[in-house]
Design a protein around this ligand. Structure first.
Ligand SMILES: [Fe+2]
Length: 217
């Protein structure tokens, strides 16, 4: 079983994208909602190392500075010290593993890293724009979606002792494959990508939910 790589259409994703927006979705009046969850997907692997950069001098693809801000359910207060688990495929749509059951040593991980949110609820990864990929036939649980092209996306799981864990994906605004994707088309986790000084960057806010029974406020 293999994943058919499909190159990103960078013109669609990046050209004409609005400037980096700060505090938009979560803080807009009357629109405070916890972030959408999304599928974990079959290519998650645990125990990625803590790292601010997922790339090196040999890494191919469009460089991207990915910034996230984790917020409490009030959509404005930063969550400090949340653990962020982040992974995605390469610029050609290939993960570092080819099948869901493939074993891989931690030292051979590519495009997987962890971080902790800072005093502003922020985490930053220096990485690349991932490619799109087709869902292969026979993938357990995804059989009826075989052949569909997934929009470019980043996987993220955020955990914190106080709030419900959030497993989700972040898509890039303007990707035409979002509308046809069974998961992305329902998601509000859309990142605007801007290019300044020849480098792509984007910001997304992730709002955690309270655990059941937890006092709000
Ligand atoms: Fe994925």
């Amino acid at each position: 079983m293999s994943i058919k790589p499909i190159l990103s259409n960078r013109r669609t994703l990046l050209v004409g994208a609005p400037a980096l927006l700060v505090g938009t979705a979560a803080q807009a009046a009357g629109s405070c909602k916890v972030s959408d969850g999304d599928i974990l997907g079959p290519f998650y692997r645990p125990n990625a190392k803590v790292a601010a950069s997922l790339i090196d001098a040999k890494t191919e693809g469009e460089k991207l500075v990915f910034t996230g801000i984790v917020l409490r359910p009030d959509c404005k207060t930063p969550v400090v010290g949340a653990s962020v688990d982040f992974w995605h495929c390469d610029h050609q749509g290939a993960y570092d593993i080819k099948t869901p059951d493939e074993k891989i040593a931690v030292e051979n991980y590519r495009f997987r890293a962890m971080a902790q949110t800072d005093k502003d609820g922020k985490f930053v990864f220096e990485t690349i724009v991932p490619g799109r990929y087709g869902i292969p036939p026979g993938l357990e649980g995804f059989e009826k979606f075989a052949g569909q092209t997934r929009p470019a996306h980043f996987h993220i799981t955020v955990t914190h002792p106080i709030y419900l864990p959030l497993t989700t994906q972040v898509y890039m605004s303007g990707d035409p494959f979002i509308a046809k994707d069974p998961w992305a088309k329902h998601s509000r986790n859309l990142m605007q990508v801007s290019r300044k000084s020849g480098k792509a960057s984007g910001l997304v806010e992730l709002v955690l939910a309270n655990r059941p029974g937890q006092r709000v406020g």
